[in-house]
Ligand binder design. Structure first.
Ligand SMILES: [Fe+2]
Ligand SMILES: [Fe+2]
Length: 201
């Protein structure tokens, strides 16, 4: 293979550089680094080739790059169905829009970032890993035991663990009487069909 197969923004994120337009507080950057650390260790354990590891780590670094931006500004940048999402979820789609505008055309990576809060049945393995890592990173202070137990099972039981994570997030949404996204419901239903993943019932 000749040259770097990755877009410069993706390669830079994998090296640890956030885009100049990112808006992430110091605390948020610590969360991002914990998610990236988890993802990196899983990718290594799974024996992924270096190019794929770059995608995984870049997705983790970029997923919350706009988490601390003004949601009003982010909403103005969106035109698809995500335009109607609640404020706290706009940062994912907004990062995807900016990356696409810079020429990133890795659709699976863009989807993983855009839907990291919601889940999506079209996620590739990296998208599912990011969804799980965002929830399981060790800095989160709620449900610590549940998270630690699920981390123990990664990455070899990825689909089973992701099913548990979807369930935990659904439970939270139901308790808070928040609407359920159709993509989340489709993600859940798809995971139930993965052989061996349905022990989360
Ligand atoms: Fe996020
Ligand atoms: Fe996050």
């Amino acid at each position: 293979m000749s040259g770097d197969p990755h877009h410069p923004r993706v390669a830079a994120a994998a090296r640890g550089e956030l885009p100049p337009w990112s808006r992430a507080t110091a605390g948020r950057r610590e969360h991002i680094e914990r998610v990236a650390g988890l993802i990196e260790s899983w990718a290594r354990t799974l024996g992924l080739d270096p190019a794929e590891r770059v995608r995984w780590t870049a997705a983790a670094r970029l997923h919350d790059a706009l988490r601390d931006a003004d949601p009003k500004e982010l909403r103005e940048e969106l035109s698809g169905p995500e335009w109607t999402w609640p404020d706290p979820l706009l940062h994912g789609p907004a990062v995807a829009v900016r990356l696409r505008g810079e020429g990133v055309d890795d659709e699976a990576l863009l989807l993983a970032i855009a839907y990291h809060t919601v889940g999506h049945p079209d996620f590739d393995t990296m998208g599912r890993a990011l969804y799980a890592a965002d929830f399981l990173e060790p800095g989160r202070r709620v449900q610590e035991e549940r998270r630690a137990a699920l981390r123990e099972r990664m990455p070899h039981e990825l689909d089973t663990v992701v099913l548990h994570v979807v369930r935990a997030r659904l439970e939270h949404a139901l308790e808070a009487r928040r609407p359920i996204f159709s993509e989340t419901a489709a993600f859940w239903s798809q995971l139930l069909e993965v052989p061996g993943a349905s022990d989360a019932g």
